[in-house]
Design a protein around this ligand. Structure first.
Ligand code: SF4
Ligand code: SF4
Length: 469
């Protein structure tokens, strides 16, 4: 059995200004009886450290909106109201509630619960239009976070052989390609925003702590990061290979930005890198209109790992505004094109852009990705707000640059701990014990558009006439 993988969350409060959905105010009529400290299981109410006779201000961060303290206060001293500025953070894709949920997960690494039931819609666009088949959910004691049976979230990066060849004496003849094993199907990406030194350092340290890697520009690999070389994937253009020899020498994986010239130059680029190290090469391909054909040609030219990069909301790059394909459909199209050409196992697919919640990871894998990459959720874990209009803008809270690196690191680790737990829950409920088995298992997912077509298509869709004849 593989060594049990576990992420260790630890409370890491960030003492910075943040807008929450609700605010709880303790009124003047509070008699400091302390009843609210007992009824709130999330410890939002505590006594003041400097004067335990009096109550401290309520901690809105940990509140799960159950309203119990409001109902049980003997003096009606607690008031919970909607924060008017809350609706202004986030946008159409990165919704304010999503930002708040990520922030809370970063706070303590716990799986988010609403405490008041889910009252939102049951379908939407992109990953919200697919559901996972949770028919094995009846066995919570065997599976999931607290189950007895181990669920592995490990994935491999690299080319896999379709079959092995042995000689007459039973010796392996096939040359088994190198792979890199990661304990979680998530890579970090360094965001394009201006990052303070502590955030940059924390990104690398958090990736190392949870056993994954971070894709970052090779030029950003300063000497203090050398000890983390195993966890860093330097990203560069083919023309920069010579400039970054020292970095490539120590790397397990190297990322190369795709360009038209790379299609013909790939064997030469691979050779140049091979002369420096045995690092596996990731080719980052923008998720444009013809991405499936581009990926197909790259795999036929010898690409072993492809990273499909959609925009920050998971949309096709340079698509027609409003009718861009979304990441879910892009991954499915690429995966099925590779299956059709019988070369799917020859390449690892990484998908990124719009991976905003834990559930998006298994959903992306069910669509055909081997693993995912993310950047923005790690920044939201640090209190960043993301405005989508008039254009993408990531705003960091004032004072973040002064927060010690261990706290910043722990918040990212916490977020990943919460996501790991949620991935385990989804896999346990699906009866899948190996994350590798999620890849392309679209039969274990339900797609809204397919249900809609099968149920109503014959009555209201294009096939209506055929039925009426
Ligand atoms: S229960 Fe009400 S009165 Fe008692 S300490 Fe809490 S807020 Fe104050
Ligand atoms: S509403 Fe519920 S979770 Fe929030 S502070 Fe009150 S008792 Fe705690």
């Amino acid at each position: 059995m593989p060594k049990k993988y576990h992420i260790h969350p630890k409370a890491a409060p960030l003492d910075l200004e943040y807008v929450f959905k609700f605010k709880i105010v303790r009124g003047e009529n509070c008699i400091n009886c302390g009843k609210c400290t007992k009824v709130c299981i999330y410890e939002a109410h505590k006594r003041r450290k400097d004067d335990p006779r009096r109550m401290a201000d309520p901690n809105t961060v940990v509140c799960r909106n159950c309203f119990r303290c409001i109902q049980e206060c003997p003096r009606g001293a607690l008031e919970k109201s909607l924060e008017k500025d809350f609706a202004g953070i986030g946008g159409d894709f990165w919704k304010p509630d999503m930002l708040l949920s990520l922030w809370k997960q970063a706070e303590d690494g716990k799986v988010p619960v609403s405490g008041a039931g889910y009252r939102g819609p049951f379908t939407g666009t992109g990953f919200d239009s697919m559901w996972t088949d949770m028919s094995e959910i009846v066995r919570p004691t065997r599976d999931g976070i607290h189950g007895r049976e181990y669920i592995s979230t490990s994935v491999d990066l690299g080319r896999r052989l379709n079959h092995l060849v042995f000689d007459a004496e039973g010796r392996l003849v096939s040359e088994v390609p190198d792979t890199v094993d990661l304990p979680i199907p998530i890579l970090f990406e360094s965001p394009t925003a201006d990052l303070s030194a502590n955030v940059k350092e924390a990104l690398v340290k958090a990736a190392a702590e949870i056993g994954t890697c971070i894709i970052m520009p090779a030029a950003d690999m300063t000497p203090e990061f050398t000890e983390y070389s195993d966890s860093i994937i330097p990203c560069l253009a083919p023309a920069e290979i010579d400039t970054h020899r020292a970095v490539i020498e120590k790397a397990r994986l190297v990322a190369i930005e795709h360009s038209d010239a790379l299609m013909s130059d790939l064997p030469q680029v691979k050779e140049e890198i091979r002369k420096i190290s045995h690092a596996l090469i990731i080719i980052r391909v923008p998720a444009g209109k013809d991405v499936e054909e581009t990926v197909l040609r790259l795999v036929h030219s010898g690409a072993e790992i492809i990273h499909i990069v959609a925009d920050y909301c998971g949309r096709e790059i340079n698509g027609l505004p409003g009718s861009e394909r979304l990441l879910k459909d892009i991954i499915r199209a690429v995966h099925l094109r590779l299956v059709e050409d019988r070369i799917r196992d020859e390449v690892t697919l990484i998908a990124s852009g719009g991976i905003a919640m834990a559930e998006h990871v298994p959903k992306a894998m069910l669509c055909g990705a081997d693993l995912t990459a993310l950047d923005i959720p790690l920044m939201i874990a640090l209190g960043a707000r993301l405005y989508e209009k008039p254009e993408k803008q990531l705003i960091f809270p004032e004072g973040l640059a002064k927060i010690p690196v261990p706290i910043v690191t722990q918040r990212m680790v916490n977020l990943m701990g919460a996501w790991h737990s949620q991935i385990l829950e989804v896999m346990g409920a699906m009866g899948i014990r190996e994350a590798r088995r999620l890849r392309g298992e679209s039969g274990r997912a339900i797609f809204f558009e397919e249900v809609d077509r099968d149920t109503f298509g014959k009555l209201f869709g294009k096939n209506r006439e055929a039925v009426s004849k």
